[in-house]
Design a protein around this ligand. Sequence first.
Ligand code: BG6
Length: 511
Amino acid sequence: MPNTSPTANPLREGLTGRAQPEPCSLVIFGASGDLTHRKLVPALYNLAADGALPPAINVVGFARRDKTDELFRRELGEAARKYSRQPVVDALWESFAASICYHRSEFDNLSGYESLAKLLNELDAARGTCGNRLFYLAAAPDQFEVILENLSRSGLNKPVAGGWSRVIVEKPFGNDLPSARHLNDLVEGVFPEKETYRIDHYLGKETAQNIMVLRFANALFEAMWNARYIDHVQITASEPLGVENRAGYYEKSGALRDMVQNHLLQLLCLTAMEPPTGLDADAIRDEKVKVLRSLRPLEGDDVFRHVIRAQYGAGAINGKRVVAYRDEANVDPESTAETYVALQVNVDNWRWAGVPFFVRVGKRLPKAGTEIAVHFKSVPPVLFKATGEAVDDNVLVIRIQPDEGVSLRMSAKMPGSSLRIEPVKMDFHYGTSFGKATPEAYERLLLDAMSGDPTLFARRDEVEEAWKFVDAIHAAWSTRSDDLAFYSAGTWGPTEAEELIKRHGTTWRRL
Ligand code: BG6
C-alpha cells in the first residue's frame, strides 16, 4: 500500500521501511545496566552482522562507574556473546566494537554533558556522523528528569550542523497518569514530539507488525472482523519466568502496570483498530488512540467483577521447584503485588459492541507464549445437529512469540463412511515460510529511531489514555486487598480467572 500522507518522510516512515538509517551517534544513558547488556548491544551487533547499521555510527555509553573504553567494550562483547540471537563472529565484533566508547559521568553533573558534547563533535568530525544524535534513556526511571534537564542545559537537545537530535525513552513511561503526564511535559520541554520515541518493545515484534497486514491485506478476514461474526477475543502473555532480580521495580508495578498498560493494550489496539488512512505514523497512532478512548472504563465494583489479580505461590516450573513470590529476594513477605492479571475489556464502539476482549498475563505460568486468539461465532446449530456431532468454532490465532505465525482452526469431515466432524488447523509458521529468523524487537526499533520513523513507538496521547484506563483499576484495588487470589507456580493461574471467562460461556485457551 503506498504511503499517502502528505507529511510523511518520503524515504522511510510508516511500515514501508525503505531507506537506510542515517549516520549518527547513539548515546546510551545507563550503559552499565541490564537493558544495555541483554537487549541493546546484542541488537546493535545483529544489525551490524546483517549490514543494516548506518554507514557511520558511534555508540557512546554514558554511566557513573569508572571504566576505560577497552573494559567497556570487553563487557559488552561478553554480553553480546551471551544474548545475541546470532553467534558472535570475533572479527565482526571487533569491527563493530571500534565504534563503541565510554563516557563516565554522574547523571546530575552538567560538566559531564558538556564534555559529552565535545566528544560528540570530535566523533562527528572523525567519523562523519553528521551531528545526528540519538539519546537513549535506559537508566533507572528516577534519573530521567535529571538527564533531560542536563541535555537541555548543555544544549545537546538542539540539532547541530543540520543534524537531528532525538530521544528514546524506555519503559516504564511513568507509573500512573499524573507521573506519565509529568514525564511527557518534561520530555516535551526538551525535545519536540516528532523527535521523541517512547519504547514499547512489543510493537517492534515482527508478528505484532503482521497484525495489520493480516487484517488489511487479506479480504477474507477484515470482512468478518466485527461483532457480527466474532464472539470474543483472547489475548494472552504467559511467562514461566518469575520476578528474577527486579523485585524493587515489580513490587511497585505488578503485572497490570508492567504488561497490560503498555504491551497488551497495544496488541489489543492493533487487533481492534479501524483501517488507518495511510501507513504513516500518525495515521496508525490516531486509530490506536481511538480504540483506547473507546475502552469501557473499569471502575469501582466493576473492577472486582471484571478484573482478577493473583500472585504465584511455590510450585514447579519444568520439574524444578520454585519459591513463592513472597519468598523471592527483596519482596515484602506480605506483598500484594499481582504477578497475574486477567480482565474482561469491552471496546464500546460500533465495530465491537458486545464483543468481550479477555486479556491475561502472568509470571510463573507453565509455558512461554504470547498470542491473540480471535474466536468466531458458532454456525447455526441446525444442519449437523441430527448427527450428534459437535462443531467447534473457528479460531484465528496470531502467535506473537515463540514460533511466530498464524493458525486457523476449522472443522473438517474425517475420512470414512460416517459423518464425523473434527477440528483441523491451517498453520503458517514464519520460520518455515520465510526461512529466516525474525529479528529481535530492539533491532527494528533502534533502526527506526535512526531513520526518523516513529510508527512503532507510542505517542503521548496513547500512553496517557492507557494509564487512564489502568489507574481506575488501581484506584479500586487500593480500597481492598481481599480479592487477591493465589496460584501455584507452574499452573495456568487462579480458578477465579476461569470463572471470569466461564461467565461468557467459554474457557481460556491452553497454549
Ligand atoms: C517487559 C516486562 O516489558 O516485558 C517484563 O517488564 C516482561 O516483566 C517482558 O518479562 C516480556 O517481554 P518479552 O519480549 O520477553 O515477551
